[in-house]
Design a protein around this ligand. Structure first.
Ligand SMILES: Nc1ncnc2c1ncn2[C@@H]1O[C@H](COP(=O)(O)OP(=O)(O)O)[C@@H](O)[C@H]1O
Ligand SMILES: [Mg+2]
Length: 274
C-alpha cells in the first residue's frame, strides 16, 4: 500500500506564499489522480477561500470548521472535512477567524492530542495531507502541523530574503522530540526574479549559511496572474483553464522526486540498522 505523506507549508513570515504554493501544489497533485486533504491551519482562512466551491466564498460560512473541531471532542474528522471543493480529489478541513479565539483559550498540548486522535486515522485515506500554515512562532497551529507532518516546505519571499529561517529550523529541531520523523524537505524561492542582484545574493547566502538545507531548483516567479487568482479566491488552473502554471507543475514534480529520495534514504537506513 502506498504510504500517506503529510506535508506542511510553514514559515515565520506572513505573505511569503504558503497559501498560494500549498493550494496550487494540492491542485496539481489532485489533477494527477492523488487523493489530497488540505488542512487550513491559518484562521485567516485563505486556503479555505481558495479551495471552496463558487457558492461558498466566505471561510466564515463553514460549520463545523477548525474552531468546532478544536473545542468539541464529539466532532469527528469526517464531520468537519468538506468534500465539495474545486476538485473532487481535494478534501478540505476549513478554518476561519473563530479559531483564532479558540487557540488563545485552550491548552495547546491538550488540543493537539485531541485533534490528532481524531485526525490521524483518516489521514491514511489520502495520498497527501497538506497543511497550509500560519506565520506564528510556537502557536497551536504550527505545532499541530509539525506534529502530524513527515516533511516541512518553507516558501521564502525572494524579495525580502530568508528572515526567520534559522528560528524555524530550530523549531523543527525542537519538534523532533515529539515527532521523530519530521524533516525539512526544502525551501521554495517565491517572488523569484532571477535578473535581480538580490536573487543571486539570496541563493549564495542560503548556500553559505544553511549548507544542509535543500533549495528547490524550481522557483515561483512574481506574476500578476498568480496575484489575481488569490484575490479571486481561486487556484491558477481553475482560473486559466487547463494550462496549469508550469512553475507549480514542475515544483510538484520536484517535491515528489525529493520525497521519494528521502523515503528511500530512510528505508536504506532502517535496513542497515536491523
Ligand atoms: N508569486 C507570486 N506572484 C504574485 N503574487 C504573489 C505571489 N506569491 C504570493 N503572492 C501574493 O502575495 C500575497 C501573500 O501570499 P500568500 O500565499 O497568501 O502568503 P502566506 O500564505 O505565506 O501568507 C497574496 O496576496 C498573494 O496573492
Ligand atoms: Mg496563508
Amino acid at each position: 500500500m502506498k504510504k500517506s505523506i503529510c506535508l506542511s507549508f510553514l514559515g515565520l513570515k506572513g505573505g511569503s506564499g504558503k497559501t498560494i504554493i500549498s493550494t496550487n501544489i494540492a491542485y496539481v497533485l489532485a489533477s494527477a489522480g492523488n487523493k489530497v486533504l488540505v488542512i487550513d491551519a491559518d484562521p485567516q482562512g485563505n486556503a479555505t477561500l481558495t479551495l471552496s466551491p463558487k457558492n461558498k466564498k466566505d471561510p466564515g460560512l463553514f460549520y463545523p470548521a477548525m474552531n468546532e473541531f478544536l473545542l468539541d471532542r464529539g466532532i469527528g474528522a469526517l464531520d468537519v472535512i468538506v468534500t465539495d471543493t474545486i476538485d473532487q480529489n481535494i478534501h478540505l478541513l476549513p478554518n476561519n477567524l473563530r479559531a483564532a479565539q479558540a487557540a488563545l483559550r485552550i491548552e495547546p498540548l491538550v488540543a493537539i492530542g485531541q485533534v490528532m486522535k481524531r485526525l490521524q486515522p483518516i489521514m491514511q485515506n489520502y495520498d497527501y495531507v497538506i497543511f497550509d500554515g500560519r506565520p506564528e512562532d510556537a502557536g497551536l497551529f504550527i505545532n499541530l502541523a509539525m506534529i502530524c507532518s513527515d516533511y516541512v516546505i518553507v516558501p521564502i519571499d525572494g524579495t525580502y530574503g530568508a528572515s526567520s529561517l534559522s528560528a524555524l529550523l530550530d523549531l523543527i529541531d525542537d519538534m523532533k522530540n515529539w515527532n521523530a520523523k519530521l524533516e525539512l524537505l526544502g525551501v521554495v524561492l517565491n517572488h523569484w526574479m532571477p535578473q535581480r542582484i538580490q536573487a543571486k545574493q539570496l541563493k549564495e547566502y542560503l548556500k553559505a549559511q544553511y549548507p544542509e538545507v535543500y533549495v528547490f531548483n524550481q522557483t515561483i516567479p512574481t506574476s500578476e496572474q498568480i496575484r489575481r487568482t488569490q484575490v479571486m479566491g481561486r487556484t491558477l488552473p481553475v482560473v486559466i483553464g487547463e494550462s496549469i502554471s508550469p512553475s507549480f507543475k514542475k515544483l510538484a514534480k520536484e517535491i515528489i522526486k525529493t520525497i521519494e529520495s528521502r523515503e528511500k534514504e530512510k528505508n536504506d537506513q532502517n535496513t542497515y540498522l536491523y
